[in-house]
Unconditional design. Structure first.
Length: 135
């Protein structure tokens, strides 16, 4: 990456700031093993990461925030997050229109060596918190 972008605090703390300000639905926090199993992201791809997926099959909410290990890892993260997002879109299509629309409105953001994907009714507030913390 360009090395100029840094997080003002650990990514877990940024997530804690978000949950203090925003009420999120019940999400399942993924450990390294789960993250690889469900999303295909290997632990070597990031130096820090926070990943949560819906506990409920009918919910589209998700939260991913990573510090990529290097440029090749960034490509892996981008690909895997995009694949997971597409998979969830396909699951919701013609089934849960509101959730489909919510996922469809989301996008992956890359800033320096950091990458994130947020799907939430509160995504605007969440994204502004992340954007303020990583600059």
């Amino acid at each position: 990456g360009d090395g100029e972008v840094t997080a003002s605090k650990p990514l877990n703390d940024i997530y804690a700031d978000i949950t203090a300000e925003v009420t999120l639905p019940e999400l399942l926090e993924l450990n390294e093993t789960d993250l690889y199993t469900y999303v295909g992201i290997p632990a070597e791809a990031y130096t820090e990461g926070v990943a949560l997926i819906p506990t409920d099959a009918v919910s589209g909410d998700m939260f991913f925030l990573f510090h990529a290990t290097d440029e090749a890892s960034m490509e892996t993260l981008k690909t895997k997050l995009n694949d997971f997002r597409e998979q969830k879109l396909n699951e919701m299509n013609n089934y849960q229109q509101a959730e489909y629309d919510k996922i469809n409105a989301s996008s992956i953001t890359v800033k320096g060596d950091y990458i994130w994907l947020v799907v939430s009714d509160e995504s605007e507030r969440i994204l502004s918190i992340i954007d303020s913390a990583i600059s």
